[in-house]
Structures are given as structure tokens and as C-alpha cells.
Write a protein that binds this ligand. Structure first.
Ligand code: TXA
Ligand code: MG
Length: 311
């Protein structure tokens, strides 16, 4: 099986994954779903392939990428785990948790992946498409979210196509489950809140600290803070829409659309980027979003909304 041309998209199947692995093993890039968002994957040991990711995304090169591996054994070959990291990996892998760890000198990971840092961000994804691709390639795969840099993270194949253009090969396996990027943890600090919540992490390590995302690598203030921006201005904590606003509702606040009519934050997380895409494509020049309770995964939703509103 090969990717069709035009619109190189294949529905998930073992043969489609074989085709995707062929692209990756010859130095190419493929968009593939994970349980969080669609990622844009390349062989993490092939610097040229990794450069193609940065190029396709138009991503600033100081922003390092997450490396995906099939299991803890593969992760330990790349990075040094202390007892805390081991406990988190055993509790939450495979799943939507990324650990920032000291990279091993002999890891073979291209330095472009870590943007020259002495740490690497690693995760073991749970999704069948990414898991099968990892098994078939036999290589660690670098994969940022499969959107143009600064755009909204893709939760469907159509979002990837709209953001990255006509030539990127895509494995389509429907909408992603969590709808938000993985939680990122370094030591006991949450660098990016996500589907593995602070409360879930605390059951393993006790109370965690929260810190700014990737503080060591932000070279311009606000650069990462505006990472998740839709094209239109976004107003937060809106109860009522102005006439020119597209309101994304939640719970009792109804709008043009809703994250969850029943007020369920997990459902809201899964729908968040979809709703932002729809709002951005809608017929009103401004966006507004209802208040979201700042509990559990609501914290991660509010983190993304603050970034989406920063311009
Ligand atoms: O759910 C996810 O994590 C998705 C799927 C595809 O796995 N990936 C994703 O990757 O969100 P990306 O590249 O969009 O976000 C990676 C984040 C960035 O904010 C980056 O700065 C941070 O991880 N990061 C990567 N390596 C790091 C490191 N060594 N130290 C601190 N932060 C790091
Ligand atoms: Mg991203």
C-alpha cells in the first residue's frame, strides 16, 4: 500500500502503518494520531528527518520535540530515570504523560530534537496507531503536534490537512480521545498541565509544583505563552456573547457551540481544539468562551485558553 496523491491520507490499518513506516525509514514525516492530539512523526535519530518536522511546522528551532517510544525499556535506553521518574512511568505509561529526563550520551537522538538541551522529553503513547508505528519502525519517533507553529493542535485528520497543507502524509484514525496535549513533568514540577492531572500525579509523588512551560528554553517573553492561538481575538470567562462574538459555551452558558452542555470537564477537554477550530472558521470576527472550573483537567483547559487568548 502507498499513500495516494493528491491528498496522501490512509485510514488506520496494518498495511497503512507499513506504508507510514516506509516513509519514516526513508527520512520522511507522517502525521499520526496519539491519544492526545495528532503528532507529526519522524525518526528521532535522523537529523534531516527531524529538520523536515521543523520546516513543515515553521517551528522556531529552539523549541524541542517530544520523543515517543514503545515502552519503558526503550525509554531507559535513551534517558536516565530516577526513582520518581520510574514511579510515574509505571503508573501512567502507556498514556498522556511526558517526562523530561537527562538524555544519555549514547542515545543516538539528534540534537535538533532536544534543541541542544541535556534533557529529553519522552513519552510512551497508548494509541494503537502510534504504538503500531513505533513497533514497525523500531526507532524512537520525534513528534510535535501536527499543526503549523502557533496554530491550534489537531484532534482530527482534517485539522492536520488544513494546517499543514496538501503534501503531508496522514494516518487517519478518527478524533483523538483526550483532545489535549500530554502533561509534561520535570522532576516534581509540572511544566505543562494535561490529561494526567496534578491530583493524579500527587497520588504517586505527593504534591507537585507547577512551573512555566519549558522555562529554560524561552528566549523571548510570551513566545510560548501565545503558542495555542486561533486567528481571531478570544475573550475568556464570558457569560453572554456580544453581537459580533462566537461564544463557546460550557454547562449552563449556552453559545454558538458548547464544550460540554452537561458541564463535564473531561468532555470539554476532548472537544476544546475542535471547538476553537470551528469558532475560528465561523461567521463572527471575535471569539468568547464560557468560564471553565479550574479543577482536575479544567486546569489544563484554562492553561490552553489563556495561551489562545494571548496575542
Ligand atoms: O500530547 C503530546 O504531547 C503531543 C503528541 C503528539 O505526543 N505532542 C506535543 O508536542 O504536544 P509539542 O512539540 O507540540 O510540545 C512539546 C513541548 C514543548 O512545549 C516543548 O518546549 C517541551 O515539550 N519540551 C520538549 N523537550 C523539552 C525539554 N527537554 N525540556 C523542557 N521542555 C521540553
Ligand atoms: Mg504543539
Amino acid at each position: 500500500m502507498r499513500f495516494p496523491d493528491p491528498d496522501p491520507t490512509l485510514a488506520f490499518s496494518p498495511a497503512a502503518i507499513r506504508a507510514a513506516a516506509d516513509v519514516i525509514l526513508s527520512g520522511g514525516i507522517v502525521a499520526v494520531p496519539t491519544e492526545t492530539v495528532y503528532g507529526l512523526a519522524a525518526d528521532a535519530t535522523d537529523a534531516d528527518a527531524v529538520a523536515r518536522i521543523y520546516a513543515a511546522k515553521g517551528r522556531p528551532s529552539f523549541n524541542p520535540l517530544i520523543v515517543h517510544v514503545p515502552d519503558l525499556t526503550a525509554a531507559r535506553a535513551l534517558a536516565v530515570f530516577d526513582t520518581d521518574a520510574l514511579a510515574l512511568a509505571e503508573a501512567f505509561w502507556p498514556g498522556p504523560l511526558t517526562l523530561v529526563l537527562p538524555v544519555r550520551a549514547e542515545s543516538g537522538i539528534a540534537s535538533l530534537v532536544t534543541a541542544g538541551l541535556d534533557t529529553v522529553a519522552i513519552r510512551v503513547p497508548r494509541h494503537r496507531a502510534m504504538q503500531t508505528l513505533l513497533a514497525t519502525c523500531g526507532r524512537p519517533l520525534a513528534a510535535p503536534s501536527a499543526n503549523a507553529s502557533g496554530g491550534i493542535s489537531p484532534t482530527r485528520a482534517a485539522h492536520v490537512r488544513a494546517s499543514l497543507g496538501p503534501s503531508v502524509p496522514i494516518i487517519d484514525d478518527g478524533a483523538t480521545e483526550a483532545g489535549l496535549e500530554s502533561s509534561i513533568v520535570a522532576g516534581r514540577t509540572i511544566l505543562r498541565p494535561g490529561p494526567v492531572t496534578a491530583a493524579m500525579l500527587a497520588t504517586v509523588l505527593g504534591d507537585m509544583e507547577s512551573g512555566p512551560e519549558a522555562p529554560a528554553i524561552v528566549t523571548a517573553p510570551g513566545q510560548l505563552a501565545s503558542h495555542y492561538a486561533p486567528r481571531k481575538p478570544l475573550r475568556l470567562n464570558a457569560e453572554i456573547a456580544a453581537q459580533d462574538e462566537w461564544l463557546i459555551g460550557f454547562g449552563a452558558v449556552a453559545g454558538q457551540d458548547t464544550l460540554s452542555a452537561s458541564g463535564d470537564t473531561v468532555e470539554a477537554a476532548a472537544r476544546l481544539f475542535d471547538a476553537l477550530h470551528r469558532a475560528d472558521a465561523g461567521d463572527r470576527p471575535r471569539l468568547a468562551v464560557a468560564p471553565i472550573p479550574n479543577e482536575g483537567i479544567g486546569e489544563a483547559i484554562n492553561d490552553r485558553l489563556r495561551r489562545a487568548a494571548t496575542r
